[in-house]
Ligand binder design. Structure first.
Ligand SMILES: [Zn+2]
Length: 302
């Protein structure tokens, strides 16, 4: 999928969906990221050179890592050769997370690293990062959608490719790889440092790629019932206190347990309590959702 970026003088440039590149590039052009990592097939090499010329970026080649697929290249793109080299140096150091060198707030990088290092039930192997961030966020919304990372799989995804394929197949025509605004995981859904950077990216997104900005606002600004990265329901509605009145579910979609799909399909209100998420139709309680779902009250940008 191509993202048509508007350039000065009425020109435009199609940015290919090389992973999260369209979003990362907006964050660079907004001045938030000094550099970004990018991997692509050898056949895309000439295209990446054209992209660098169009946006005045510099590239630094990275040595292939142990997980690099044959025929793929990895580069660090920078808003100058110095930031590209600096980020490339940190990227290649195993012991150090490159987040701060890539422009992410230190508070968010610290909490992300703590999640990765946690070998217990709340660590990366057992607990999705959205649950972890939720714990440090005010329980009541709405939370500004600018930090919604529910669909942002990078630095978080499991190795189970089959689960990824199923999620992508359930959402034809929707590029889940670019369905985020900040290309990192914030330490809370109201982190002031992340929000300040997110606002700068949002302003650049609306100016440079207004079509994608509209898509992001539509997909990210809705409350979500969340079980896991590939099991969630986006509610077409508005969060108020600890409940959401909704008209139905909207994309992106995921595979839900049959009972949960039926409950959500018959109801128009989800209410969260300490014990459960219950679904209502009008004032009638229909039942509770299975497992340990969370209600994530994403809403408007402000
Ligand atoms: Zn933070």
């Amino acid at each position: 999928m191509d993202y048509l970026f508007r350039l000065p003088g009425g020109r435009s440039f199609p940015v290919r969906s090389l992973g999260n590149l369209p979003v990362e590039l907006v964050a660079m052009l907004a001045g938030v990221k000094p550099a970004t990592h990018c991997s692509f097939r050898e056949t895309e090499n000439a295209y990446v050179d054209r992209l660098c010329r169009a946006f005045a970026l510099k590239r630094v080649e990275l040595a292939p890592g142990p997980d690099s697929a044959p025929g793929w290249r990895e580069v660090m793109l920078g808003r100058g050769i110095a930031p590209a080299r600096a980020a490339a140096r940190v990227w290649s150091r195993e012991a150090e997370n490159p987040g701060v060198a890539l422009g992410y707030p230190a508070c968010c990088v610290r909490r992300y690293v703590a999640w990765i290092k946690d070998k217990g039930p709340d660590g990366a192997a057992h607990c999705d990062i959205v649950r972890r961030i939720r714990r440090f966020s005010p329980p009541r919304g709405p939370w500004p959608f600018l930090l919604n990372n529910v669909f942002y799989g990078y630095s978080r995804r499991t190795a189970d490719q089959e689960r990824h394929r199923r999620l992508e197949k359930a959402n034809p025509g929707l590029d889940l790889a670019a369905l985020n605004l900040v290309p990192w995981h914030s330490c809370s859904y109201r982190c002031p440092r992340s929000l300040a950077k997110a606002r700068a990216i949002w302003s650049a997104m609306r100016r440079l790629v207004p079509e994608h900005a509209a898509r992001l606002a539509a997909c990210l600004s809705k409350p979500v019932v969340f079980w896991d990265w590939d099991r969630f329901a986006v509610l077409e509605g508005v969060a108020k206190g600890s409940s959401v009145r909704y008209r139905g579910l909207r994309p992106p979609v995921s595979e839900l347990a049959r009972g949960d799909a039926r409950l959500l399909g018959s109801g128009d209100l989800v209410r969260a309590s300490a014990e459960e998420l219950a679904v209502f139709a009008g004032s009638r309680r229909l039942g509770k959702l299975s497992g340990r779902p969370l209600l994530l009250p994403f809403g408007p940008a402000a």
